[in-house]
Design a protein around this ligand. Structure first.
Ligand SMILES: [Zn+2]
Ligand SMILES: [Zn+2]
Length: 211
């Protein structure tokens, strides 16, 4: 059994998730763009041990509080190497968005397609899905017959991620999403922003990329 709490974090309302193994209380935190109080509350309430801080990509709204969370709760900072430049440019991104600049903390583990990030008896499978950024990934987690896909800014409910920012690639994102549509179509998609959907719904009805 997994514990799963998703909530909007930071001024751009990135969906941050605290995800834990219900048996061992080992946890990962996905995209801590803010809401550090909420994260701390959940860690304390469930008595979680944070094993990793994992990122769907390195835009400011998904990494803004990574350093704070790592310092407060521990956990290996995980990122795809193709977003490392973006990650290190957090102060530049902050200036672009008019947000108070922050420092980053070194990445502990560069993740690649097919990696499994373990937390207790559970694991998140890494799927490299470039397009929104070069190092965008999705995380797939299976629990009690349900597949959850943390899609970052690759796929939204009836939308897809923008590709006009530095490193974006409109052809690559279409390829990445079509690859996702070959997976479990019943998967519950938790996007980087906005409401949940399922892969099947998007494969049928997404106005930008259908199966
Ligand atoms: Zn983004
Ligand atoms: Zn975002």
């Amino acid at each position: 059994m997994i514990l799963l709490e998703t909530f909007p974090a930071g001024p751009l309302e990135c969906n941050c998730t605290v995800l834990a193994c219900g048996d061992t209380k080992d946890a990962v935190i996905i995209d801590p763009g803010g809401a550090t109080d909420r994260i701390a509350e959940l860690v304390a309430h469930y008595d979680l041990t944070v094993r990793a801080i994992i990122h769907t990509h390195a835009h400011i709204d998904h990494i803004y509080c990574t350093k704070d969370v790592a310092e407060a709760h521990g956990g290996a900072i995980c990122l795809h190497r193709d977003d490392h430049l973006l990650y290190k440019s957090l102060p530049v991104q902050a200036a672009m968005f008019g947000i108070r600049p922050k420092l980053t903390r070194a990445v502990d583990r560069f993740i690649v397609d097919g990696d499994r990030i373990e937390f207790g008896k559970q694991a998140a499978l890494v799927l490299h899905t470039p397009g929104h950024t070069p190092g965008s990934v999705c995380f797939e987690v299976m629990d009690e017959g349900v597949t959850y896909l943390f899609a970052g800014d690759t796929l939204f409910r009836r939308g897809i991620g923008r590709t006009d920012l530095p490193g974006g690639d409109s052809r690559a994102i279409v390829r990445s999403i079509r690859d996702l549509y070959r997976r479990d179509l019943d998967a519950v998609v938790i996007p980087g922003h906005g409401p949940k959907t399922t892969l099947g719904e998007e494969a049928r009805s997404n106005p930008f990329v259908t199966a």
